[in-house]
Design a protein around this ligand. Structure first.
Ligand code: IPM
Ligand code: MN
Length: 353
């Protein structure tokens, strides 16, 4: 297969983990005889500094021309602490999602046996937890009408029927391929937008009789996720709720540095770690590259290249078993491996296998 990948390393630890992810993609392509070409492009604070725009037109065109986007992270504290900043790195991410029509964000929450002790939850609650959160990504409050003056401000949580239908369709398709259990998360007891979600979901549920659909208010879902994470198989929810719940989901597994995600929709799909740019760790060679590397597995799987994805997952598990780990997940007394060393170990494993 011929793959053209737009690589957007972004800010903070982004460039370091990107480098390891790209090395893994190259190793896999070499092994399986795929031809891969990379186009690097700027986004986030790096793009603001260079051209004054967090998602420049040139970057957009490179993304459009690629088969997949391999994204790392954006964000820089110099913008967080300046409420008057006109442009912010995060706007680059939002612009990318909107312009590429990436309405479906797939965030798996998987546990790794050897890291269960790192979870803030009790072992027996976490062991075997395995669910996917499907977050709507281009609608709701993030993109609805906004207003702000010194006395009043609002964001509008607008959703249309087609927007709800297309994300529910993605969710049902995932549920059909998994344990056939879909939880629709909303706040239908208070919000009109949620009531439309629930109405549309009830109509669609009839078309998927094999799937058990249940409906849960978001506050209850937040609680259930930590009380009984194994309850969930596939959950689907709107943009803002999905943002919050997936951060919660990520800590169930013990480290945010382990979770990849895929965003798909109308144009080129994007594969990225769910964690942010961790600016404090920039350049220190301590960031965990595994979420980025697992995003590469999701990338191959998206194109139907299952063996390629499986090899990456095996390599990641082997690295964990061999205790080749970055400091935040290392066992007590174990050697601290750097971002580069973990990446290199995984690349070597792929080459040798
Ligand atoms: C995420 C992030 C983004 C979001 C930010 C950086 C804009 O938190 O991908 O979850 O809120 O969607
Ligand atoms: Mn988030």
């Amino acid at each position: 297969m011929k793959l053209k990948i737009a690589v957007l390393p972004g800010d903070g630890i982004g460039p370091e983990i990107s480098e390891q992810g790209v090395a893994v993609i190259s190793a896999v392509c070499e092994k399986f005889g795929h031809q891969v070409d990379y186009e690097y492009a700027l986004c986030g604070a790096a793009a603001i500094d260079a051209v004054g725009d967090p998602f420049p037109e040139e970057t957009f065109q490179k993304c459009m021309a690629a088969d997949a986007v391999f994204f790392s992270s954006v964000g820089d504290p110099k913008y967080d602490n300046d409420p008057t900043a006109k442009v912010r790195p995060e706007q680059g991410l939002l612009a990318m999602r909107k312009k590429l029509g990436l309405f479906a964000n797939i965030r798996p929450v998987e546990t790794f046996e050897c890291l269960i002790h790192k979870s803030p939850l009790k072992d027996e609650l976490v062991r075997g937890a395995d669910f996917i959160c499907i977050r709507e990504l281009t609608g709701g409050m993030y993109f609805g009408e906004k207003y702000q003056d010194d006395e009043k401000a609002y964001d509008t949580n607008a959703y249309t029927r087609p927007e709800i239908e297309r994300i529910l369709k993605v969710a049902y398709e995932y549920a059909m391929r998994r344990r056939k259990h879909l939880t629709v998360v909303d706040k239908a007891n208070v919000l009109a937008s949620s009531r439309l979600w629930r109405q549309v979901a009830k109509e669609m549920a009839v078309k998927y009789p094999e799937v058990v659909t249940d409906y849960m208010f978001v506050d209850n879902a937040a609680m259930r996720m930590i009380q009984d994470p194994k309850f969930f198989d596939v959950m689907v929810t709107e943009n803002t709720f999905g943002d919050i719940l997936t951060d919660e989901g990520s800590c169930i597994t013990g480290s945010m540095g382990l979770l990849p995600s895929a965003s798909t929709g109308e144009h080129t799909p994007v594969f990225e770690p769910i964690h942010g740019s961790w600016p404090q760790a920039k350049g220190l060679n301590i960031a965990n590259p595994l979420a980025q590397i697992l995003s590469a597995a999701m990338l191959f799987e998206y194109f139907g290249l299952k063996e390629e994805g499986a090899l990456i997952r095996r390599a990641v598990n082997a690295s964990l078993d061999a205790h080749v780990r970055t400091p935040e997940i290392q066992i007590e007394g174990g050697t601290h491996y750097g971002t580069k060393e973990v990446g290199a170990w995984i690349v070597e494993y792929i080459k040798q296998s």
